[in-house]
Design a protein around this ligand. Structure first.
Ligand code: HEM
Length: 427
């Protein structure tokens, strides 16, 4: 059964918008932290600043945007609001807004109390949110492949959060846990299962529809999300069961090749699109998919050449390409499309005759995408020349985050101006 949107079930305008408007503040905070700590942040994957930066981006930006988008998407495409409705949305938003800085401060200070406090706030609210989305998805009448893929991404998010909370408690308690194995599993489920899973589920549907491209090859459309999800399950079993390194290495290389194929296929489809003009969504998709392609090659290269895997630059470069280059780019491109649409929907429902919603683009979103691409490249190369590049990357990424904040804030500001003008016109 095909997906049919039901906008009557959409949450209030403010519910997803507060997530979208908060996310750029965390991107600015991450850039400020990088500028403040400079080269020291990138000395290894375990530096306090690197862990704080990872979570400011993963939770403060990516989870924030994705929670807002899921709230809208799951309600509209299952035809029913989430259990808990706007109150649940407000609770999750508050937990992400308070819990993420608490976790980051905990990493920076090396404080088990802050880490545990942040983890518990985040864990409780995200568990409620995941359960509400899962409840709706499980009861959806449609069994469309995108809803199934979103379900897989949601399970991956649940695993990531559960492992994150376990790690936080274990760090604080000083328990004899297999910390390195669990941290790897946490990072892989977060990056490959959740970020890549959710983005690919959405891209498989919206790229051909909105960008008017040929469809994805059937094997990718039907097989990519389930294959990646199954690979993650097998990988976890091999990792926890202490299987020989070559079995895990082979599976990791195959999964990397799958991700590279998906990125390349999306880039080829975008090059064949019927609408030739490049807008912000397309430019950010291109930057995101090029980053995913580069990250996949780096990942496969590290499996083939142990020197790459052992280099201190490898995890930082991989994290920069996946979280900043791929995750942030694709979600930013998505915001350029969703926020004007939600504003238009709100405006046309609440005051059909009062002025239109602001035009989708005033500043060039394409130039914004290039700025973000430059920030990603500088960050990915910064571990090699940290003295020169770390702070340059921070400046470029801060400018990119500020540009996004401005682009998004224009919409509620224009609505407010329109409603003031309408009330002053009234006799
Ligand atoms: C409730 C949410 C979360 C909590 C409580 C949490 C907690 C933690 C903890 C305690 C560590 C280990 C730090 C150490 O060993 O010193 C860690 C590492 C990590 N986390 Fe999370 N995390 C959460 C969500 C996420 C999400 C959503 C992602 C990504 C999508 C993520 C990505 C990572 C990565 C990549 C690392 C490893 C850093 C590295 O190896 O370079 N975390 N997390």
């Amino acid at each position: 059964m095909n997906l049919v949107p039901s906008f009557d079930a959409a949450p209030a305008y403010a519910a997803p918008m507060r997530f979208f408007l908060t996310a750029p503040a965390f991107a600015v905070a991450a850039a400020a932290l990088l500028a403040w700590s400079g080269p020291a942040a990138l000395a290894s994957r375990w530096t306090p600043a690197a862990l704080a930066l990872t979570h400011l981006v993963a939770l403060g930006f990516l989870a924030m945007v994705m929670a807002g988008a899921m709230l809208q998407f799951v309600s509209v495409f299952t035809g029913r609001r989430l259990p808990g409705g706007d109150a649940l949305a407000a609770l999750v938003h508050a937990a992400l807004t308070l819990g993420t800085p608490a976790l980051a401060v905990g990493f920076l200070l090396g404080s088990a109390g802050w880490i545990r406090g942040g983890a518990l706030v985040l864990g409780a609210a995200l568990a409620a949110f995941i359960a509400a989305c899962a409840w709706r998805l499980a009861r959806a009448r449609s069994r469309d492949s995108s809803l199934v893929a979103i379900g897989h991404a949601l399970v991956s998010f649940a695993v990531t959060v559960a492992l994150g909370v376990t790690l936080a408690v274990a760090l604080g308690a000083g328990a004899a846990f297999p910390l390195a194995t669990l941290t790897d599993a946490h990072a892989v489920w977060g990056a490959a299962g959740w970020v890549l899973g959710l983005v690919s589920a959405v891209a498989l549907r919206v790229v051909p529809m909105f960008q008017v491209t040929p469809p994805y090859p059937r094997a990718i459309e039907r097989g990519f999300a389930p294959a990646m999800f199954a690979a993650l399950g097998v990988w976890t079993a091999l990792e926890l069961g202490g299987a020989p390194a070559w079995t895990r290495g082979t599976l990791e290389s195959l999964a990397g090749a799958g991700a590279a194929l998906f990125a390349a296929a999306t880039l080829v489809l975008l090059a064949k699109r019927k609408r030739r003009a490049t807008d912000a969504t397309i430019a950010f998709l291109q930057v995101g998919m090029a980053s995913l392609f580069a990250a996949s090659l780096l990942w496969i290269g590290a499996r083939a050449a142990p020197d790459i895997a052992a280099s201190h630059a490898y995890p930082s470069a991989l994290g920069a390409l996946i979280f900043v280059g791929f995750g942030m780019s694709v979600t930013t491109g998505m915001l350029y499309r969703i926020v004007p649409f939600l504003t238009w929907l709100h405006q046309s429902r609440s005051a059909p005759r009062a002025g239109g919603a602001p035009a989708p683009r005033v500043l060039s979103g394409v130039r914004h995408a290039w700025l973000h691409a430059a920030g990603t490249l500088l960050l990915a190369l910064a571990p090699l020349w940290p003295e020169i590049l770390a702070r340059a990357a921070a400046v470029a990424l801060a400018c990119s985050a500020a540009a996004l904040a401005w682009q998004l804030a224009r919409y509620p500001l224009a609505l407010r101006a329109a409603s003031r003008a309408a009330s002053s016109d009234r006799p």
